[in-house]
Design a protein around this ligand. Structure first.
Ligand SMILES: *[C@@H]1O[C@H](CO)[C@@H](O)[C@H](O)[C@H]1NC(C)=O
Ligand SMILES: *[C@@H]1O[C@H](CO)[C@@H](O)[C@H](O)[C@H]1NC(C)=O
Ligand SMILES: *[C@@H]1O[C@H](CO)[C@@H](O)[C@H](O)[C@H]1NC(C)=O
Ligand SMILES: *[C@@H]1O[C@H](CO)[C@@H](O)[C@H](O)[C@H]1NC(C)=O
Ligand SMILES: *[C@@H]1O[C@H](CO)[C@@H](O)[C@H](O)[C@H]1NC(C)=O
Ligand SMILES: *[C@@H]1O[C@H](CO)[C@@H](O)[C@H](O)[C@H]1NC(C)=O
Length: 502
């Protein structure tokens, strides 16, 4: 299988940056539990929850960090809770079934901003807005150089902090955070042979508070979502937290119906997620951020981390509250669990009564059918190898690694997939070609790096498939030619963009 990597270094600044990837391969539970939004009571919709076993209606840093508690993540010092809504398939006859989630969650900690500060004990936050049902922007996104450098429009950034990645391991991968709405079912049937990866980026600028009334306003996105300028008053630079979950939507190819997120969203625009810091201590996390800077991103390359086997992590579950015992979150069942109405948009969704919460009866909310005006997402052709997209930060998560002159950049790319029995050794496939960025960027000369050096590889498994991620190192000489005004020029010079995708 062939793969491509597109890397570009704009004007170089030297910065210390790295990342690591926290695998949390199994759920601690699937249920209507959300200690941030609905502490102490039944939550509005079903979540898939990973991380610390000290989870529940009243989870806090203390319950997650309690002596003897477990974690479903591979690093035993990380009992953080990571959760997002679950994905369902709704047949045309009104029956819903939970889509199978593949491989748990990957929670990336990426250092885009300078001098990242560890999340403090007691810190928690939400990303996304579950009421949104309309993406009010062009698709694909306009070039990053045209984005405002002043990040006051957090609504603009929030809408672009989520991604629905169409997976087809036989093709080059789509960039991360590329499409911000759920693809059309027909599109998925035709293109997404390996399912859908849901992506969520958290804000990484903080005002120093542990939480806020709406659980969001103590944090903010920098001007380019992943990096850029923080808004005034948000001077604490946290690591860039990025969730990935994979769903086997391909199991429904050819079936009549649609995908719907557990809070009644068929558009995907309201996708969101939650995080409660549950590391052993802020100091420990800070040491990990300071010391675990190997460009591999592998937790095994960080000597501070104690790593447990996934089979141990899989035993970590939290006690599901008794009141949820009859929820039937897996289906097949009539409508979403439990009585969550589907709100198609484009108007914002409205609050609905939560079945079982404060005396509300578990009764029926009639399922409405989609309005005739409802449009189920754009139907573009598969866009994986479009270099003008991957040449910008839109080309996926950017791994910004310390550099000194010469445009040496690092990136990550999937280099294909291969079938393998559950545990075996893997043949290495190295990245072999470099897509030359175009658009407002001129390259000089053409990257001679026709075969970039693979400096490391790692693997993720999907069922009995193994996907290799190759960390490649490419020498690229690039001259940035901003197409618009001096404001943008300054902006371009200020940030170093290393596009990487996987
Ligand atoms: C709805 O359709 C699905 C798929 O054909 C089927 O499995 C399910 O039993 C049907 N539900 C009802 C209530 O007939
Ligand atoms: C980051 O820390 C270094 C060393 O303490 C310091 O020199 C530098 O100014 C800091 N950068 C920022 C953006 O705060
Ligand atoms: C939804 O977004 C589109 C742009 O994609 C915009 O034209 C339209 O006015 C929006 N609708 C609502 C109800 O906000
Ligand atoms: C969290 O747990 C660790 C290990 O058990 C303990 O040393 C630490 O004091 C706890 N932190 C807090 C703030 O309770
Ligand atoms: C960094 O990662 C690479 C690839 O996993 C590994 O070979 C190397 O030993 C690591 N270096 C350190 C200092 O851990
Ligand atoms: C939806 O709500 C957001 C804030 O939550 C608001 O900014 C946006 O304008 C609303 N959109 C519509 C279509 O009402």
């Amino acid at each position: 299988m062939r793969s491509q990597a597109a890397f570009i270094g704009l004007t170089l600044v030297s910065s210390v940056a790295a990342f690591w990837r926290m695998p949390c391969r199994s759920q601690t539970g699937v249920g209507r539990v959300d200690p941030i939004m609905d502490p102490g009571q039944i939550a509005g919709h079903v979540h898939t929850i990973h991380g610390g076993g000290g989870f529940g209606f009243d989870a806090t840093y203390e319950t997650l960090n309690a002596t003897g508690s477990c974690t479903s993540c591979e690093v035993t010092q990380d009992h953080s809770a990571y959760w997002t809504p679950a994905l369902y398939f709704l047949y045309d006859n009104g029956t819903s079934v939970k889509v199978e989630q593949v491989g748990g969650m990957l929670a990336y900690y990426l250092y885009y901003l300078q001098n990242v500060t560890a999340f403090p004990e007691g810190f928690q936050m939400i990303a996304g807005n579950d009421q949104l049902r309309n993406f009010s922007g062009p698709f694909p996104d306009t070039d990053l150089s045209s984005w405002p450098t002043d990040p006051t429009d957090q609504f603009f950034l929030e809408q672009r902090a989520l991604g629905f990645n169409c997976l087809n391991y036989a093709k080059d991968p789509e960039p991360s955070l590329y499409r911000h709405t759920m693809p059309h079912k027909d599109y998925m049937d035709a293109n997404c042979a390996d399912g859908l990866r849901l992506e969520l980026a958290f804000p990484s600028c903080g005002n120093g508070e542990l939480d806020s009334t709406n659980h969001k306003s103590h944090v903010a996105y920098p001007s380019l979502v992943k990096e850029g300028n923080c808004p005034e008053g948000y001077d604490t630079n946290y690591p860039f937290l990025f969730f990935e979950t994979i769903w086997a939507t391909n199991a429904f190819a050819g079936e009549d119906g649609r995908f719907v997120l557990s809070y009644g969203d068929t558009t995907g625009c309201g996708y969101h997620g939650d995080f409660i810091m549950g590391w052993k201590s802020q100091d420990f996390l800070q040491r990990a951020l300071d010391e675990c800077t190997n460009q591999s991103g592998e937790i095994s390359d960080c000597p501070l981390f104690d790593i447990q086997d996934d089979s141990i992590g899989a035993q970590c579950t939290f006690p599901m509250p008794d009141v949820l015992a009859d929820d039937d979150v897996m289906g097949p069942r009539d409508g979403l669990p439990v009585d969550v109405p589907i709100q198609y948009g484009p108007a914002n969704a409205t609050e609905y009564p939560v079945a079982g919460q404060s005396g509300i009866a578990t009764s029926s909310i009639a399922l409405s059918s989609a309005p005739s005006t409802f449009s189920e997402g754009p139907t573009l052709s598969y866009t994986a190898a479009d270099p003008s997209v991957t040449s910008t930060a839109l080309g996926g998560i950017i791994v910004d690694v310390a550099t000194s002159g010469g445009g040496r950049t690092f990136g990550i790319t999937h280099s294909g997939s291969q079938s393998a029995p559950s545990s075996t050794t893997f043949a290495t496939e190295s990245s072999s070609s470099v897509a030359v960025p175009s658009s407002s960027i001129t390259t000089a000369p053409e990257p001679a790096a026709a075969s970039p050096d693979v400096v490391a590889t790692s693997y993720i498994t999907k069922g009995n498939e193994v996907i290799e991620m190759a960390i490649v190192e490419v020498d690229v000489t690039v001259t940035a030619t901003p197409s618009t005004g001096s404001k943008h020029k300054r902006h371009v010079q200020k940030h170093q963009h290393h596009a990487a995708r996987w």
